[in-house]
Design a protein around this ligand. Sequence first.
Ligand SMILES: Cc1cc2nc3c(=O)[nH]c(=O)nc-3n(C[C@H](O)[C@H](O)[C@H](O)COP(=O)(O)OP(=O)(O)OC[C@H]3O[C@@H](n4cnc5c(N)ncnc54)[C@H](O)[C@@H]3O)c2cc1C
Length: 505
Amino acid sequence: MISRGRRFSAARAYVHPVKSRRNLDVRYRVLVTKIDFEGTRATGVTYRGTNGAEHRVRAAEVILCGGAFNSPQVLQLSGVGDADQLKALDIAPVQHLPGVGANLEDHLAVQLQHACTQPISMLGTKSKLDWPRIGLQWLVGRRGDGATNLFEAGGFIRSTDEAQYPDVMVVLAPFARQFDPDKQVEGPGYLMCVDTLVTEGRGTVKIASTDPTAYPKIQFNYLESERDRRDWATALRIGRAILDQPAFREFDGREVVPGPEIQTDEELVDWVARTGQTGLHPTSTCRMGDGEMAVVDPMSMRVHGIDGLRVVDGSVFPSCTNASTYSPVMMVAEKSADVILGNTTRASASILRRRLTSALRRLRRRPDLDGAHPVGGAAVRGGLLRPHGELLGTALAANASHHRERHGQDGPLDQQHDAELDDDDLDEAPGVHVLRGDQRHQTERHQQEQGGQQLAQRARRLLFLEYLVQKALARADENLCHDERDCGTEREHEHVTADVTVHGT
Ligand SMILES: Cc1cc2nc3c(=O)[nH]c(=O)nc-3n(C[C@H](O)[C@H](O)[C@H](O)COP(=O)(O)OP(=O)(O)OC[C@H]3O[C@@H](n4cnc5c(N)ncnc54)[C@H](O)[C@@H]3O)c2cc1C
């Protein structure tokens, strides 16, 4: 994600804000060489510092987040993996888990490149002479060519009517650098990166040596299946059809890569086999699930058969997502954090309630509230928002004019005093206008008298926020009731109990 011209990484989002915590010690530029075990219990990690010295950290629990290549590598180096493969390298198996390093998925990617007839592409980024200017522009104002990741347009496509979900991803960039070793766009150009997203090929990550600095052997097995090959021919034809649309005509200086001479399915697939590159979305090498090839228990993120060790990263995906993987990794991490901390649905609802209540308290203390909108301000301050659990007794209405448009001048707004609006009203409503029939008239009269459109708008926003908060509280309550009645399988309860025990000791 780009935020104010700067890449907003996971480290900046999650680690930097808390790095001064006394119970957090972040070590940079170190290499974890193995997980230490006593029997089948993980007791810590051994890592190598920048000067090559080895250090050990003891831990009640280890959470491995090395990614789809390195998590299986570290596990295998530590004796967790396919027992026969480990023995072949003289590594004593701690736990036989043949799924470690298996099931590798990725998105293969290629680029279709066109020459551009107008000098508008980001050709400047090609020339090193321009780099100081681009750098300065970015440093001074977080603007210019340095503030974009270049791939600013894209889409997801269902390649056939039968495809239930999008299975092709395209992203466009206003430049064309060398991709195909045999041909290149000279001068301005643009490209479309095409990935197929739902593939049958499964690869492997295997250590080839006990040296932790040696790369593991990575085999992707792209284009292994007939279906994958067929899908590639379809995907390229779709990409070509998009680039052939009239919107591109005024810029289109012809397709250079792969080039018009490549037409048949065989030619297209051969070209993909020759030029295709990783889409940088490797996953599933420590996949979660049950069964012989599963590595991680999805209910706890613990490695099967091992105590004190969890894996949380892209390697645990049961299969690769049909989209880019960064956000799904964040989602897995957020969910895992809740699981590890024992934050069940119920606990999450309570946390949400606390946050919302304090947000409302702050809202009510705003000095400009009454000035902004006396009626609305009084309503907010006067406790239309009751403590959680009680739904508003008053009707909360969406924008009245919008409502009248849908239901007529004397539509149901006046009749439904104590009812909530339906979700459609809210979805389409630009803001809450009125609370209830009588207040509506007061509010509108006041607005007319004041003529203070802006102030009224602020009050409307506050009231709308109030509505959302109240609604969220009610939902949290529903979740709580649901939880208490019948939510959670026995399995979930078992794990929650286990979590509590671990964290309580
Ligand atoms: C160049 C590139 C561009 C990408 N662009 C996009 C994109 O635009 N959109 C998108 O959605 N996804 C993108 N991805 C994919 C996305 O970044 C990954 O899916 C995601 O970061 C995976 O998260 P992870 O936590 O599983 O692994 P990683 O992000 O790889 O994190 C693993 C971390 O563990 C560290 N580590 C590994 N082994 C060890 C060890 N032995 N000792 C110490 N530290 C270790 C690594 O240094 C790394 O910091 C891109 C990936 C790459 C490489």
